[in-house]
Design a protein around this ligand. Sequence first.
Ligand code: ZN
Length: 249
Amino acid sequence: MPKVIIIPYNQVEKVCQDAMTFANSCQSDFTFYILPPTKKVTSILNGHTAEVFDILKYLEEQKLENGYEKDDLILTFYNGVLQASSHGLSNLFCAGSSYDDEYPCTGVISLKYLGWEVLEEKYNYEVQKHSILHLIICGIIGAYTHLQAHADVGCLLDMNLRLTSFNLKLRRGYYLCSANEFGCYDKIKTEKYGKAILQLCDRFKTNNYQTIINELIIGDKIEVGDISNNSGQIIIGKNIKISDTKRVK
Ligand SMILES: [Zn+2]
């Protein structure tokens, strides 16, 4: 089974560490690793703005340098504006490439436009951890399946054009939507590692998870920033085609 390598951003390094420990302790299909964030100021990951493709290319180089396999996923957090200029897209928060595409199994999550009060220390640490895990699962689905992002129903494939809808995703807890919705649960079973991904979702949703989420999110204790200009999550396809995303002028 593939490895999942995470490059945290400083601000979320501790949360990522704990998320990894948790992920490795409750399942054995995927092995999670952390690569320390680069200190190099000239690194693309420390810039204010970056093109998605440049970051994915950089990540592929990191995979080679560190001796990881093509099928291993490398996922980085990035605290800058993420754009795909050639497609007229900006303010992306989650973008990646799948195992059979250019820059295979690479992904980036921008913290910039998450505007993420959720990760401030005043909020419950467990919620922070599960927020990170939700994003990582989105990266895993992007890398190992061909499922497409869709309108928000609380599914992991929600496009999340608004951050408020990320709360819905957290509340549903690693949910893949039913046949009455967009059919992600059925579709994922036919995908590479689909069953392992379903199992991963199941394990992450621990017994006390729903209580934590209910208290903090249904209780509206978390306020999230407005990211209405956000382009949501995208997967970059074979012809570097970005589908079903909102164009930002
Ligand atoms: Zn869905």
